[in-house]
Design a protein around this ligand. Structure first.
Ligand SMILES: Nc1nc2c(c(=O)[nH]1)N[C@H]1C(S)=C(S)[C@@H](COP(=O)(O)OP(=O)(O)OC[C@H]3O[C@@H](n4cnc5c(N)ncnc54)[C@H](O)[C@@H]3O)O[C@H]1N2
Ligand code: MOO
Length: 404
């Protein structure tokens, strides 16, 4: 079994085994946050006709006229109507924002620069030919590239698809992820706490992370530290793309996940990664499904979710770019315990002096969840780095989903 991998090696192995979710068609209203499954091209020109961006008068300008112009108003064109009447020299159409330009007209003067006099309009400040006309296809011509596969559909992207008349969209199926927490010490919130027990938090953290990442989650009840129940929980999760568990990942007699995954028939891709917190993470594969056994320590589970599980989810979801964004940060505080092991410090992103500062305030123990709350960064401290000084520049990952 491969063990003690570098994070980058571990990720490469994981990503080489991920299957992209199949595609399906959904209605636009169900498309928010979903990932496009294929490239889309514009089925029409937008706008579909030359239109006025102003309320005013459309007329035919030959060249810029020096003084005021008197024109005869021969028609009125509200938005949504279709003008048939050609505008000849010396004529104008009263036109409204969003309305099609009438044939013959080549410019629009805004209402404020005109005076209406009986059936005429006096244009106080004449405009050049072409002024205030949004040409047909100004945004996109028919057949132009609209959006690429792998795009997460933001509200603006869904609006764009609607603007092109697309009412159904090809998207990837949401990754379906099975989750359970393992540990005989665990009790669910709301139940009385017996001696030696603690409340389960990991299932809730994971559920939130997975939902926010656009997954469908199949949550199983707590599993005690017994192999029979662990195997049963794995068998109950065969209709998913991936399984994420926490607890029982380490070397103790009651740490049953790696050996249960093996007994279940998984190929173990690796066990243990050279990072802290979350060293004992184990990843297996069976029948195209990936199994992530993460440490039970709440902060360790969250950190390894970000570093190992999220890239796999992103690839499965069909996103163009699975790996996290790493960038330079300046440390707003020090960290005394720089050790032999590579470590990820959770830190708060603070914008100061046009720079992202990373504030690692709060205890960094792998069992401490409080210092993950309101934190956006995982600062990468290389193995053997020694104590981190305030003001030092290091690299960090942004936690959570990101879109370019
Ligand atoms: N002899 C060694 N002991 C340990 C090693 C080692 O290398 N040699 N590694 C340590 C490291 S590092 C970690 S991390 C932990 C990971 O252990 P497990 O993945 O087996 O996790 P558990 O022992 O099940 O739990 C650890 C800790 O977290 C609490 N926990 C578990 N599940 C939950 C949950 N769902 N919600 C809240 N808290 C949870 C659990 O009660 C433990 O306190 O192993 C070290 N040991
Ligand atoms: O790898 Mo563990 O999460 O540090 O204690």
């Amino acid at each position: 079994m491969r063990t003690n991998l570098e994070l980058e090696e571990a990720r490469e192995l994981i990503l080489s085994r991920v299957h992209r979710a199949a595609s399906e068609e959904v209605a636009l209203t169900a498309a928010y946050g979903r990932v496009l499954a294929r490239d889309l091209y514009s089925p029409l020109a937008h706008p579909p006709f030359d239109r006025s961006p102003l309320d005013g008068y459309a007329y035919r300008a030959e060249a810029l006229s020096a003084g005021p112009l008197r024109l005869k108003v021969v028609s009125e064109i509200p938005a949504g109507s279709w003008p048939e009447r050609t505008i000849l020299a010396g004529e104008a159409a009263k036109i409204f924002t969003g309305a099609p330009l009438p044939p013959g007209a080549n410019c629009v003067v805004r209402m404020e620069d005109t005076v209406s006099e009986g059936g005429d309009v006096v244009v106080k400040r004449p405009v050049l030919p072409g002024a205030n006309v949004v040409p047909e296809g100004d945004e996109l011509k028919r057949g132009d590239f609209l959006l690429g596969q792998g795009t997460r559909l933001s509200p603006a992207a869904v609006g764009l698809l609607a603007a092109f008349g697309l009412d159904r969209v090809p998207v990837r199926r949401k990754p379906r992820v099975g989750v359970f927490s393992s540990g005989s010490e665990l009790t669910e919130a709301g139940e009385p706490l017996a001696p030696g027990k603690i409340y389960n938090s990991n299932s809730f953290t994971l559920l939130g992370l997975l939902l926010a990442a656009g997954c469908e989650v199949v949550q199983k009840p707590l599993v005690p530290d017994r192999q029979a129940e662990t195997l049963q929980a794995l068998r109950d999760l065969e209709d998913v793309d991936m399984v994420v568990t926490t607890g029982g990942a380490s070397v103790g007699d009651y740490d049953l996940l790696p050996r249960s995954l093996e007994a279940y028939g998984c190929e173990i891709l690796f066990w243990k990664v050279r990072l802290k917190p979350g060293t004992p993470a184990c990843v297996g594969e069976k029948d195209g499904r990936l199994y992530f056994s993460l440490s039970g320590n709440p902060a360790a589970a969250l950190v390894t979710f970000e570093l190992l599980v999220r890239p796999a989810l992103r690839l499965c979801a069909g996103l163009a770019d699975p790996l996290g964004r790493k960038f330079a940060v300046r440390m707003a505080g020090g960290f005394a315990k720089g050790g032999r092991q590579r470590r990820f410090l959770r830190a708060k992103a603070v914008m100061r002096e046009s720079t992202v500062w990373a504030d690692p305030e709060g205890a960094q123990g792998s069992g401490i969840l409080k210092s993950m709350v309101g934190r956006q960064l995982l600062v990468d401290i290389p193995g053997g780095h020694g104590p981190v000084e305030e003001g030092e520049i290091l690299e960090a990952y942004w936690m959570g989903e990101w879109e370019d």
